[in-house]
Design a protein around this ligand. Structure first.
Ligand code: 0O2
Length: 221
């Protein structure tokens, strides 16, 4: 009857969330391998930090309602692409593209969609690379493709986005015009900082003497 179908829905819903925890685990492993390998090979790690989250049941259901989707788990799984989310903060702009490329070139990673808000910022100044990726999770019944949203940005972009997010919530989306303008200007300043830091980095890198420095021996010791 109704009780058993509610019970079944609950069970399927919790399985859906579990699978999205698994896809995060799969991707975090890929990212940490790339990061560690880069440190080893180039003595350089393009990744500053990584955060991840599975959407809470409440905010997932709110989104389902907002989108007027049926309570059908197959529809939810394909239409709501940010149930699993990973945010990678990189040092420089070039690193964001490189990390995206290293992830999307892997055989078992299917690119569903890429949104390049770095090349094409949102009107408010928001910048980030967004990738909707589908990765197999190896369950007892066989590989199950699961979707994850990966956001890749620089430290400056992340700094801006977290403040903007807080302000957005504080004003429940009705941010006063003056603040919106100031935030857009702050996004430009963050962009200038990113370009300046990248330029300094290139200069320092190019002026490094060729051949090994004493640091190069650290790993061999
Ligand atoms: P939260 O609280 O971070 O989860 P959609 O996700 O489909 O509703 P859209 O525009 O198709 O919306 O997707 P998009 O552009 O890829 O943006 C999704 C996520 O990017 C957002 O998730 C934010 O995390 C981030 N984002 C996008 N635009 C902005 C922005 O202007 N400011 C900030 N701070 N973050 C942004 P959520 O679910 O909206 O929010």
């Amino acid at each position: 009857g109704q009780v058993s179908s509610v019970r079944a829905l609950r069970r399927d819903f919790s399985r859906l969330l579990m699978e999205h925890r698994f896809v995060i685990d799969e991707l975090l492993t890929k990212i940490s391998i790339l990061s560690e390998e880069s440190s080893h090979t180039h003595s350089y790690n393009p990744i500053e930090h990584i955060t991840s989250r599975v959407k809470s049941p409440r905010s997932l259901l709110e989104k389902v309602n907002r989108r007027e989707l049926p309570l059908d788990l197959d529809a939810i799984r394909t239409k709501i692409t940010d149930i699993a989310g990973i945010r990678i903060t990189c040092t420089f702009i070039a690193d964001t593209y490189q990390v995206l490329d290293m992830l999307t070139s892997q055989n078992d990673v299917r690119v569903v969609e890429i949104k390049d808000y770095i090349a094409h910022p949102k009107p408010n100044g928001y910048k980030s690379l967004h990738a909707i990726l589908e990765v197999p999770v190896f369950l007892s019944g066989g590989p199950t493709p699961v979707i994850c949203e990966v956001q890749i940005r620089t430290i400056a972009m992340d700094f801006w986005a977290s403040l903007e997010h807080k302000i957005h919530y504080k004003f429940a989306g009705e941010v006063p015009d003056r603040l919106v303008e100031e935030l857009t200007r702050a996004a430009e300043v963050a962009g200038q900082l990113d370009r300046k830091m990248e330029q300094l980095h290139t200069e320092v890198h190019d002026s490094e003497p060729d051949g090994s420095t004493s640091e190069d021996f650290d790993d061999e010791a």
